[in-house]
Design a binder for this molecule. Structure first.
Ligand code: HEC
Length: 142
């Protein structure tokens, strides 16, 4: 009886350890890949962002941010900050995006941009979204 009790205890302890390490590993996987972010003190420049956008993003998202046959518009309520915040832009550029909102296929990663470059692009996109009259505080509904 005593022996059985001990064995049960050992088993429970082992199981608990496995669960603990599995949870830690899963959390670690997520933490090991935080969204890229500009260095502290970074000051975004939307004019620079506009040039980078035209070079790296316009072929799919459109020179006027209204989309092309290769990609969706950026002037769209899907892409205002509450739905796609700055981190979503950084991650999209670094890792690419699996098709999920539209039917244009996947977005490939866009090489050759630093997190600061992407910060400039975000400033440009936000400026244009505002100019187009999008509700920049729209709540996430999709
Ligand atoms: C080769 C075409 C292509 C290029 C180049 C491209 N994109 Fe995309 N992008 C797409 C497509 C297609 C989607 C839509 C995926 C979906 O939701 O179905 C998308 C989606 C996104 C999203 C939404 C991400 C999400 O989490 O849903 C962001 C943000 C984005 N693009 C930013 C950019 C920026 C910034 C650039 C330039 C640095 C860029 N894209 C260049 C095709 C492209």
């Amino acid at each position: 009886m005593h022996r059985e009790y001990l064995a049960m205890n050992d088993l429970q302890r082992a199981l608990r350890a496995i669960v603990f390490w599995a949870v830690l590993a899963a959390a670690g996987g997520a933490l090991a890949q935080p969204a890229p972010a500009p260095a502290p003190g970074f000051f975004p420049n939307s004019a620079k962002g506009g040039r980078l956008y035209q070079e790296k993003c316009a072929s799919c998202h459109g020179k006027d941010l209204r989309g092309t046959p290769q990609g969706p518009p950026q002037i769209h309520v899907y892409y205002v900050p509450n739905h796609h915040g700055d981190a979503a832009y950084q991650i999209a550029v670094r890792n690419g995006v699996r098709q999920h909102h539209w039917r244009f296929g996947d977005m490939p990663p866009v090489p050759g941009l630093t997190p600061e470059d992407v910060g400039h692009i975000i400033a440009f996109v936000r400026r244009e979204q505002k100019k187009a009259g999008l509700d920049m505080n729209a709540a996430m509904r999709h």
